[in-house]
Design a protein around this ligand. Structure first.
Ligand code: GDP
Ligand code: IMO
Ligand code: MG
Length: 423
């Protein structure tokens, strides 16, 4: 049995796509189990850059079965754009399966996402405006539309009309927006249904069969621990479970089938959207990291907020997801930054805080306690072995292992498949 869950250990964009693509070359199944096209996973391979939002990052391997699980929310229009892009790049995408239970993002979800962010004004969450939150809200409210409903023409029409009639009241009366045209949406979505029908299946069965047949399965997380609706910096979170437990519910398998959990982290911290960020840098160093690391969102293009590595966060990820090892990406970005800092704890009202707080107001008052680390100036993007890294870079990784009590098994020194050091 070999089922591995891979999750983001910070606020997303840790380089999960790259690591998934690498591991996918030895996996027979890659599964997305939560989130939607709010995710943006970048893969640099074969001289091309692929930006995937809904398609699992195993899609570049035609032999790998790629599953979009029941816990994912699917914008069919966005998915078709992505499928067609991959076809234009020479991939058949015939290795894709979509679970019949996955919920569908409708145009009113996107509109309500935009309007509710506008209404929040300064206290906006900074969502990707892809309709993610409103779609998960409908799922919980039990009025959502699933892929199996989308494929059932008359049922879809009934559900869509019921929803649109109610949502239009909300859109026009509460938010002052323009109503959705039910006939146009139904016609458009019926055409999406035709195009997507051949991909839809009960993927919980396919996955169970694969696991029973001892196939190697990789669960590709989207977002990251601190964006988890339960465990993240609520309300500045997404609406799903990016922590490892989410993989079970979102793919329809029991926890007994999972045998390892890998956390993906950056060698520093970034965040897009609003919310507290204790180690955020507002100075030249922060700007240098943003420019050098090209820290601009894959999905929305927004500049990512940058800061020092926060070991309190990483320890929280290790604990809440049961991480067995870490990948640390973008170590190359820290070359030439000067002396480095790692946050080992927080200080609040004269007290040392070692566990990530639940309360956001408490977190906002937390000042990071740093341990200074020697930096390095060498370009490390061609380094192939841990021993060949500058000593200061080796010490930096070893400090992460020591603070988080888990081994770092891979270090990223560039965005490409071959720019990774197995430790
Ligand atoms: P994801 O959402 O976790 O898959 O991460 P993103 O793709 O949104 O953002 C990570 C960015 O860093 C992408 O542009 C990757 O190509 C890039 N990347 C990944 N690993 C490394 C690395 O080790 N070094 C550098 N310089 N870039 C990396
Ligand atoms: P990947 O998979 C980074 C953030 C948004 C916002 C919050 C809620 O590429 O790591 P949403 O649209 O989900 O309701 O937005 O979550 N967010 C991400 N940040 N990486 C992501 O995905 C993200 N997906 C959502 O910026 O703060
Ligand atoms: Mg991303």
């Amino acid at each position: 049995m070999s089922a591995t869950v891979l999750i983001g250990a910070q606020w997303g964009d840790e380089g999960k796509g790259k690591v998934t693509d690498i591991l996918a070359q030895q996996s027979q199944v890659v599964v997305r189990s939560q989130g939607g096209n709010n995710a943006g996973h970048t893969i640099e391979a074969n001289g091309n850059v692929y930006k995937l939002h809904l398609l699992p990052s195993g899609i570049l391997n035609p032999q790998t079965l790629c599953i979009i699980g029941n816990g994912v929310v699917i914008d069919p229009k966005a998915l078709l754009v992505e499928i067609n892009k991959m076809k234009d790049s020479g991939f058949s995408v015939s290795n894709l399966k979509i679970d019949a239970r996955a919920h569908v993002i409708m145009p009113y979800h996107i509109q309500i996402d935009e309007l509710s962010e506008l209404q929040r004004g300064d206290s906006e969450i900074g969502t990707t405006k892809r309709g993610i939150g409103p779609c998960y809200a409908d799922k919980s409210q039990r009025c959502g539309i699933r892929m199996c409903d989308l494929l059932d023409g008359s049922l879809f029409e009934t559900k869509a009309r019921e929803n649109i009639s109610l949502k239009n009241k909300m859109i026009t009366h509460v938010y002052g927006g323009s109503p959705i045209d039910a006939d146009a949406v139904i016609a458009e979505y019926k055409s999406f249904a035709k195009e997507l029908a051949s991909y839809v299946d009960d993927t919980t069965v396919l996955l169970h069969e694969a696991i029973k047949a001892q196939k190697r399965v990789l669960f590709e997380g989207a977002q990251g621990t601190l964006l988890d609706i339960d465990l993240g910096t609520y309300p500045y979170v997404t609406s799903s479970h990016p922590t490892s437990g989410g993989a079970c519910v979102g793919a329809g398998i029991g926890p007994t089938y999972i045998d390892s959990c890998i956390g993906v982290a950056k060698a520093y911290t970034t965040r897009v959207g609003k919310g507290p960020f204790p180690t955020e840098l507002f100075d030249k160093t922060g700007e240098d990291i943003r420019q050098k690391g090209n820290e601009f969102g894959t999905t929305t293009g927004r500049p990512r907020r940058c800061g020092w590595l926060d070991a309190v966060i990483l320890k929280y990820s290790v604990r809440t997801s049961g991480l067995t090892k870490l990948t640390v990406n973008k170590l190359d970005t820290l070359s030439g930054v000067g002396d480095l800092k790692i946050c080992t704890a927080y200080e609040k009202d004269g007290k040392v805080i070692t566990e990530f707080p639940a309360s956001l107001s408490e977190l906002e008052q937390c000042a990071p306690i740093y341990e200074s680390m020697e930096g390095w100036d060498e370009d490390i993007t061609d380094v192939k072995s841990f021993a060949d890294l500058p000593v200061a870079a080796q010490r930096y990784i070893e400090k992460i292992e020591q603070l988080c009590c888990v081994p770092v098994w891979m270090v990223g020194v560039g965005p490409k498949r071959n720019q990774n050091i197995i430790k």
